[in-house]
Design a protein around this ligand. Structure first.
Ligand code: C2E
Ligand code: CA
Ligand code: CA
Ligand code: CA
Length: 275
């Protein structure tokens, strides 16, 4: 039995070493990828729940890996956050997304995800401002999506940064609402524009009665705080109808469109404004 234990430790040690090696090469590959411009942005529409008019497009990063093909953010964002590379990567997403949105004929917003790591950097507000200047995108067409965990820190930098950005006209939304630790007292220090209801709630809307009440609670809270509520991961007409009944203003999901590397030219040129 003793030997068995030692064997297990050995296997575990090897597993740890493999993981370490894996993340090291991933880190190296990512640095190369940034230089080679292998990161691209996909766009997914967010629409008015009733009129289906386009409200914004969310920018979602993808890695076109030369050997592994299309990689989704969940496979590399955590490593990018650990190594700090997310700062560079996030700046590049912001640049690409603002440049793209600046040339649309429709005044739809562009929503860009911001990592807690980026928000805790004192340089972030200045970076956003210089990208807006450089691309000519009006500040009120940029919306930043931040998670509750961004505010779950001792430092005041994230809150100060968000308030500064908001004063300049940039919109701020809370992403994945209801899935993390919320600190209502911290959240109340920022006037958010929008709350995104996590797709885990939307997918269980017809099977779990509690879910309806949670969504009702969130949309009610949004209304009374003068924010918009948006549901993500809307896949069926049935889900949309429930969300409409619950007073959810905006919706995003495969029902309206999957993330794509381009914007439909009819929308881009303003020939149509809804989906
Ligand atoms: P998120 O911000 O919550 O984005 C929503 C995710 O749900 C996206 O996954 C989107 O493709 C997916 N989705 C949208 N509609 C549906 C639907 O109807 N059904 C289902 N099953 N899924 C749907 P994606 O693109 O893989 O992104 C995953 C996460 O990676 C994002 O979650 C976000 O947290 C992060 N992320 C993506 N791009 C960036 C970025 O540029 N910077 C940072 N910091 N994080 C990013
Ligand atoms: Ca998001
Ligand atoms: Ca989300
Ligand atoms: Ca998410």
């Amino acid at each position: 039995a003793k030997n068995e234990g030692a064997g297990k430790i050995k296997v575990f040690r090897q597993w740890m070493l493999d993981k370490l090696q894996e993340s090291r090469t991933l880190e190296h590959d990512m640095a190369v990828a940034l230089v080679n411009k292998e990161f691209v942005v996909y766009y997914q529409p967010i629409v008015d729940s009733f009129s289906r008019e386009i409200y914004s497009y969310e920018a979602l990063i993808r890695w076109i890996h030369p050997l592994k093909g299309l990689l989704s953010p969940d496979s590399f964002i955590p490593v990018a956050e650990k190594t700090g590379m997310i700062n560079e990567m996030g700046k590049s997403v912001l640049e690409m997304a603002c440049r793209e949105a600046a040339c649309w004929a429709v005044p739809a917003k562009i929503s860009v995800n911001v990592s807690p790591v980026q928000l805790s950097s004192k340089a972030f507000a200045g970076i956003v401002l210089s990208i807006l200047k450089e691309t000519g995108l009006p500040a009120d067409r940029l919306e930043l999506e931040v998670t509750e965990s961004s505010l779950f820190t001792e430092s005041n930098t994230p809150i100060n940064t968000l308030n500064k950005l908001r004063e300049w006209g940039v919109k701020i939304s809370i992403d994945d609402f209801g899935t993390g630790y919320s600190s209502l007292s911290r959240m109340s220090k920022i006037a958010f524009d929008k709350i995104k209801i996590d797709k885990s709630f939307v997918s269980s809307i017809s099977t779990q009665e509690d879910t309806l009440n949670i969504i009702k609670l969130i949309t009610g809270m949004a209304k009374s705080l003068n924010m918009k509520a948006v549901a993500e991961g809307v896949e069926t007409q049935e889900q949309l109808e429930s969300l409409q009944a619950l007073g959810c203003d905006l919706a995003q999901g495969y029902l309206f469109g999957k993330p794509q590397p381009y914007i439909d030219r009819k929308i881009r040129y303003g020939e149509i404004t809804s989906i």
